[in-house]
Every structure is written in C-alpha cells, then in structure tokens.
Design a protein around this ligand. Sequence first.
Ligand SMILES: NC(=O)c1ccc[n+]([C@@H]2O[C@H](COP(=O)([O-])OP(=O)(O)OC[C@H]3O[C@@H](n4cnc5c(N)ncnc54)[C@H](OP(=O)(O)O)[C@@H]3O)[C@@H](O)[C@H]2O)c1
Length: 349
Amino acid sequence: MLTPDIPAPSTSKLYFLKEVYYGFRPNAPQFTPDDYPDLTDKTAIVTGCNTGIGKYVLELLYQKNCHVIGVVRTSEKGEQAKEDILERNPESKGKIDIIGECDFLDLNKVIKAGKRIGEILDQSDCGALNIVIHNAGLTWLVAPNSAKSSIQGYESMYQTNVLGPQLLQHYIDPYLLKDDDKTLKRLVWVSSAAHFFTPEPYGIYWDDPGFKETSIENRPTGMNLYGQSKTYNIYQAQAWYDKHKEQADKIGCVSVSCYPGNLSTDMSRAWWPPFVTAAKLVVWDGVYGAYSELYGALSPSLTTADSGSYIVPFGEIHDPREDVKAGLTNGIATHIWDFCEEQISEYLP
Ligand SMILES: NC(=O)c1ccc[n+]([C@@H]2O[C@H](COP(=O)([O-])OP(=O)(O)OC[C@H]3O[C@@H](n4cnc5c(N)ncnc54)[C@H](OP(=O)(O)O)[C@@H]3O)[C@@H](O)[C@H]2O)c1
C-alpha cells in the first residue's frame, strides 16, 4: 500500500506516558451491570466468547435476558462456556447460540460462520440484531514473535484482528443495518493501548501492512505487529460508520473502538507461571474489560455523533495517539478500510 501523502501531526511523549499509565490506574467504572438495561428481545453477537473478556461479556448480556450469538473458533470451548453460564444464571430469560469453527486465521471459515449467523438471525423467532462486539483477538503473547502466517499468507495478528472481523462484519451488516429497532444499535471494535507502540505516521507499516511479502524473520516485533492490528481497529470503527453513515444515522447505529484495559485473562496462557502471578499484581480482573466493552455496547450516553470514538478503561472516551486521531478525519481511516477490502474481496458476500 502506498503511504498516503497526507501530513500527520507530531506525537507527544507526554500523552503517550499519560495514557499508558492510565491503563494501569484507570478511573473506577461508572457504568456497571446495575445500570445496564433489560435486554429482553435484543440480540447481540460477541466473538471470542469462550474465555477472557468475551466470556464475561457473554454472561453479563445473558444476565440481562439478551439473546447472545457467541462466535468461537473451537465449538467445544464455546459450548463449555455456554454451559457454565446457563448453570450460573438459571433465572435468565435470555438465550445463547454458539457458532463454532470461526477461525479468523482462515477466511473461508469466516464465510461459513457469517452464513451461519445469517441463518440464526433469519429464524422467525429472532428479533432485531442490536449489538456486535468484535472481541476475539490474538496477541503476540500467545503467538510469540509472530511466528506464524495465516492460511491466506498474512501475518497472523493482522488477519485475526483486522481482516477476519472486517470480513465477518460484511455478513452481519444486512442485519445490523436493518431499520427494525432504533432503541439500540451498536458496533464495538476491540482495540488496545498497544496502538501507541507503532510507527509514525498513522501507526501503519505502509510498505506491507499484512506482511504477506515479508519473511517472518524480517517482520517487526510481535508487540509492534499487535499494535498495528489494534490501530486498524480504531480506524475500522470510524471507517465503518463513514461508509454506512446515511443508514447508521437513520437507525442510530454507533460504531466505536474500545481499549478494554490491562487485564488478567487467557492472553497470558503461554507465559511462565511465576510471571503470570507477578503480572496479576498490576493488572485488573478480566470482568473490568467487559465493563469497558459494554459501555460501548449499552451506555445511553453514546449517540451516532460519538462514532469513531476510542473508549478506554473502564468506560470513558479519550483520544488515541495524535496521528491516529488525525487519521480518523483526514481520509486515512477509509484509505486503509479500502485496502483491507481489496485483500478480502474474493471472500465478500
Ligand atoms: N487482556 C488485556 O489486557 C487486553 C488489553 C487490550 C486489549 N485486549 C483485547 O481484548 C480482546 C479479548 O482479549 P482477552 O484478554 O480476553 O484474550 P483471551 O483471553 O486470550 O481471549 C481471546 C479470545 O479470542 C479468540 N481468538 C484468538 N485467536 C482467534 C482466531 N484466530 N480466530 C477466532 N478466535 C480467536 C480466543 O479463542 P481461543 O480460546 O480458541 O484461542 C479467545 O476466545 C482481544 O481483542 C485483545 O486484543 C485485551
């Protein structure tokens, strides 16, 4: 992809330090389960809901009587999460459907999951689709040194965190964009403060963002690659809204990105156990990440004018890095959305 000829503002080390520190010492959540509305007759899609933040999100939505479609890559893990949650919440009037085998590392599997979502949403007893949370994500902590490439040959975090969700969203759009329930329409792209750890300008490796043409040993560090993928998520929130502005405004659909927090989740599954114990002293329980994501999904204070906003822990709006913030309004966001569209073009519905 060519570097766009759009000058970027300089970035401030002070803002970087302030935001990284904030991630460890955020304000207490102000919008918590007691504030969530009843979600009877509402439907949500949550990816990566078998563990970590996604499982908390699944449970909190289900507790409010929501019909949740949980998208996972291993059916058994998803069904186990469903069983745990049903057992713990016998009073809920909600419903959980698990769609398995959605491995974002293979775009052909994303197509199958997208079609399966459509089949569920087409059922006559299924109401409007209200909420979509692209929570599933791969970090360099699980894929050290980005050693792998996807089935389609892209760097694994780029495909899992960027191309996969963008492709899945195309299968979801006809339902989310329906003019059927204006009381709640939300789209959340889960990002990270790791976007601060990316090159300037705009946090993108412009020469070869998907690293398809770059051998594994010549790729940047896993942290940088993860950071780039999470920068994309910030742009995706804005670009999706820009692309669908007329209909999104008509139905009140808000699209935001969300950095959930520095949290203890299954992300540390590959770590040396004593290090996991030490890390727990400075990070937060995973449920706090669910508070951040559900602020984006449920808070009545958000309107379409907030689309493109970057939510930080545990439910506040801050600015992303200065050049990324500029990229939301100067054409960069749609430029990279269109670039991803080219890469997934043969898989689109
Ligand atoms: N935890 C943090 O401190 C933190 C900070 C900033 C941002 N985040 C973001 O928050 C989101 C959730 O993270 P988490 O902390 O809950 O991590 P987690 O416990 O590792 O859960 C990640 C979820 O994503 C799924 N996933 C990973 N690779 C996938 C693939 N190729 N295809 C389909 N699903 C895949 C996992 O499925 P499997 O169980 O099958 O692997 C799991 O369900 C991620 O987007 C992450 O980047 C987390």
